[in-house]
Design a protein around this ligand. Sequence first.
Ligand code: BG6
Length: 485
Amino acid sequence: MNANYRSFPDDFLWGGATAANQLEGGFDAGGKGLSTADVMTAGTHTISRRITPVLEAGSHYPSHEAVDFYHRYAEDIALFAEMGFKVFRLSIAWSRIFPNGDDSEPNEEGLKFYDRVFAELQKHGIEPLVTISHYEAPYHLAEAYNGWADRRTVDFYVRYCEVIFNRYKDSVKYWLTFNEINILTMPFGTFMAGAILPEGNTELSAAGTADNEQLRYQALHHQFIASAKAVKLGHEINEHFRIGYMIAYMCSYPLTCSPEDVLLAQQKDNLSNFLCSDVQVRGAYPGFATRYFREKGIELQIEEGDSQILKDGCVDFYTFSYYSSTCVSAAPDQEAIGGNLVMGLKNPYLQASAWEWQIDPQGLRWSLNNIYNRYRLPLMVVENGLGAVDTVEADGSVKDSYRIGYLREHIRAMGEALGDGVDLIGYTPWGCIDLVSAGTGEMKKRYGFIYVDKDNEGKGTLDRSRKDSFYWYQKVIASGGTQLD
Ligand code: BG6
């Protein structure tokens, strides 16, 4: 073991992460309204998902049933408890609470569902970590207001927060205002994160989305305001709430040591990562953002009082997803590769997954240090994992040594970062139970410790079973991260 390795603290929050639209199903049960995720068809690695304003007979919408946590939550939570989870990251489906988003009263049946889920978690001593909005805004807000492009959505969101903060103030301590808020800095985020309806083309891939950068950054500004208001309100409702920031951390290396590439990598880090976190952690737009807006002709409508709102609503902790790294280059025509929601350049030193996401555990250590050096806030890695095709053996087992290998190296990297002095407080690998892929809508891209019998066409018994990684992660947690083999 490396001499710099530091043990994970005793109160380290080991667990797993999910999102309602990829997990729950029950898309129209208990008074739930349609969400933006519910109008997205299934795709594949090579075929983009489509957004269909009217649900099409004969098309497959993976969120509608997902993996049916809505009916099986007790069984699933018992399995999480068996693995030893201390924390479970889930999201609340906004359209379960406000079916249209702009309703005057919340939907009691939706609220009761999460009462039951939180009670079940409490029974097992598992702390919930709740994402308030994870790519699942009420679809009516997209249709009637163009989603986050309209400032009125801020008020709808804050009212939703007020309802859930009051309702769950004694059962939830950790909240995240938005999942991967920085996705709105990229065309891909227009519909999924911004609930902004695409003009014309309804393919989800970045290339297929008619982009309106002005509108995206305006929507992002509205989310910053909404988040800051929620943080302030949450602290007023319960001073013990810990309300955090969440980002898809884009770890981008310069492809070469040419100063152009190095500068480009820094600019990418600034615009893709630190723009959003500077606003939410420090309470103001950084200078490089102002310069970018000026150079791109982006003129944000910022209301009087907005800068104070941002200052008053700084987050308590910083969380992020980390799956892979990519490279950037100032030179044209370099070989591209996939990645979490966005593409980058291929790194000749790294291997990639079947979905072309490059595997880079050291990039996680680098990212943890990079973020901590800037903010000195407690950090959590709230998504990480390997999307892979699993094979069920004749005896029912799933021998996912590739997943164990991936996670082991990333946990080692977190240990090294702890040794570097980073205040890392939790780890919730993505899709701790198999669920629908956000990017492609597939089931066969699996991340879980728990296998769910369901295929890409939506067929299967939905039965749950334990993969080899289930028993491995159970040992990791029981040993406090010291037993990784
Ligand atoms: C993150 C999202 O970007 O990546 C999750 O927050 C998503 O919702 C995860 O599922 C993995 O991406 P994918 O496309 O493999 O599901």
